[in-house]
Design a protein around this ligand. Structure first.
Ligand code: 5GP
Length: 182
């Protein structure tokens, strides 16, 4: 295990406090589906401001290629608005660079990133992450929104998985990470 439920809660509350004080005049939170959903749900419940929330879904052409396209766009007109993109994890930064470029073309008043996890060691595209929860190393992580082949997304902790093991058996960590009925 890398980040416990308690530590995740502390990190999310800290980010919510930072956002609440930075955006007293309002903010549009744009979450990238699907990985950011657990983070977003906890984040907005800890805010002391009222955010507008919208979602974006992207599909990538290949792992780490940075070639992505928007498959579900936001409905809110963000022109002139303060916008924060909510992401589960920033790895190479290529996905985020594309999404930020798309949103920037729509003329927001400001555009920042709030990322739960920052895998800074693997960054290819230089990015300024204004709000970050935790730094993680060059490891494949699972849980709290992050999946492998659809598994592990609904865990309330973040754990490290071995990619070789997962490729062989996507369910390899299911018994260990999902506590059975007690
Ligand atoms: P980037 O374009 O920054 O390399 O990739 C970002 C996306 O790749 C994330 O939104 C996430 O979907 C996926 N990703 C990157 N690192 C990890 C990881 O350690 N675990 C999981 N489950 N997904 C990851």
């Amino acid at each position: 295990m890398l980040i416990t439920k308690e530590n995740l809660g502390d990190g999310v509350r800290r980010l919510a406090a930072e956002l609440s004080s930075a955006y007293q005049d309002g903010v549009v939170l744009v979450a990238v589906l699907k990985g950011s959903v657990l983070f977003l749900a906890d984040l907005i419940r800890a805010l002391t401001i009222v955010p507008e929330v919208d979602f974006l879904a992207i599909s990538s052409y290949g792992e780490g290629s940075g070639r992505v396209r928007i498959v579900k766009d936001i409905d809110v007109d963000i022109a002139g608005r303060h916008v924060v993109l909510v992401e589960d994890i920033v790895d190479t930064g290529l996905t985020l660079t594309y999404v930020l470029g798309e949103l920037a073309r729509r003329g927001p008043g400001s555009l920042e990133v709030c990322a739960l996890l920052d895998k800074a060691a693997r960054r290819i595209a230089p990015l300024a992450l204004r709000f970050t929860g935790f730094r993680v190393g060059d490891e494949f992580v699972l849980g709290y929104g992050l999946d492998y082949a659809g598994y592990y997304r609904n865990l309330d902790l973040v754990a490290v998985g071995d990619l070789g093991t997962l490729r062989e058996d996507p369910r390899a960590y299911v018994d260990g990470l999902y506590a059975g009925p007690s």
